[in-house]
Ligand binder design. Structure first.
Ligand code: SF4
Length: 334
């Protein structure tokens, strides 16, 4: 899909054409300009020639389990990104989008990090992932829509802040995709500049911090970026975000056997997390070849220690591991 020349083509057209085109592409999720019968034929032909709507994608799903599906989208320059659809009951479809091709942060538990950074995505390339799934769901029935979007795919969104926030505002705009900001979530490895900038946006987007360790030295072995952003600075940025927005912040904590799931880790975590509007989300680790996932029993025990000490905590159901589409497993591979 490439709409970069859209304004140029529509500049001699009456203003309402913009509305018609926006509605067709971002609300009706057309796949071909021929579907927009309200536009004159000559304009449709011009748009088809200059603003292609095709999204090159391959979808992977497990034949037996349909909970999550992964799409590999090939961009105009040949780079490949991943996006995931997580299907839940009552049309609660969630889409996980990438914000970069690859990632520079090299988190040790993450497949994306192991293949390095290639480039930032443009806002249009971020939006395109949602458009793809909206078109895909449209074929399943009129009530099937993308309900939630999480910026948790390939890349660190706050290292591509301008395009990330442009995409968020576009997705949220009632004149375009009209998906409420409360249905959008962004996860960061703790880029404090991004947390501060997000606090200044008048948006009710959900913020999550990839924490994964309760002290800087363990965190730095799992996430090299922790050397630049110590926990003290991240939590100060989060506290000021909460003061400014009054919004709850989620702390994601991957459960990795005998690395960060011991009793002493839980006790250390309590000291950091026992604050109003902090919520810890324990995530069963999806194996990427390096570590061993915590057992169910260890996760339950860890959770109980936090709960008993007054920390708000949940365990995330992990979808998609069967098609390597789960958290930390995205790397643009077939
Ligand atoms: S977990 Fe996120 S920030 Fe870390 S390497 Fe993977 S994509 Fe990058």
């Amino acid at each position: 899909m490439n709409l970069s020349k859209l304004s140029e083509i529509l500049k001699t057209e009456p203003k309402y054409r913009f509305v018609q085109v926006n509605q067709a592409v971002f609300q009706d999720y057309i796949s071909s300009w021929d579907e927009v019968s309200s536009l004159p034929k000559s304009l449709r032909e011009q748009l088809a020639a200059v603003c292609p709507l095709e999204i090159k994608a391959e979808v992977y799903k497990n034949k037996n389990r349909h909970q999550s599906e992964k799409a590999l989208i090939t961009l105009a320059d040949g780079e490949v990104i991943e996006t995931v659809l997580i299907r839940q009951k009552e049309q609660r479809n969630t889409v996980c989008v990438s914000s970069q091709v690859g990632c520079a942060l090299a988190c040790q538990f993450c497949a994306t990090g192991s293949f390095g950074f290639r480039r930032n995505l443009s806002a249009e390339e971020i939006i395109e992932q949602v458009v793809f799934w909206q078109r895909y769901l449209k074929t399943a029935g009129p009530e099937e829509k993308v309900a939630n979007i999480v910026f948790m795919g390939m890349g660190e969104p706050f290292l591509n802040y301008p395009e990330f926030i442009k995409a968020v505002k576009f997705i949220n705009n009632p004149e375009t995709m009209n998906i409420g900001s409360r249905r959008l979530s962004v996860s960061t490895a703790g880029i404090t500049e991004g947390i501060k900038r997000l606090a200044g946006e008048k948006l009710q987007i959900n913020l999550a911090i990839s924490l994964h360790a309760a002290n800087d030295s363990l965190r730095a072995t799992l996430m090299p970026i922790a050397k630049k952003y110590p926990l003290r600075d991240i939590l100060a940025a989060v506290d000021s975000y909460i003061n400014k927005t009054g919004r709850r912040v989620m702390f994601e904590y991957l459960m990795i056997k005998e690395v960060n799931d011991n009793e002493k880790d839980a006790l250390e975590l309590i000291r950091l997390m026992k604050k109003p509007l902090y919520l810890v989300n324990l995530i069963p680790y999806n194996p990427t070849g390096r570590f061993t996932p915590s057992t169910k029993e260890r996760i339950e025990k860890f959770k109980k220690i936090l709960e008993d000490n007054g920390v708000a905590v949940t365990v995330r159901l992990s979808f998609g591991a069967d098609i390597t589409a789960a958290c930390g497993q995205l790397r643009g591979k077939r």
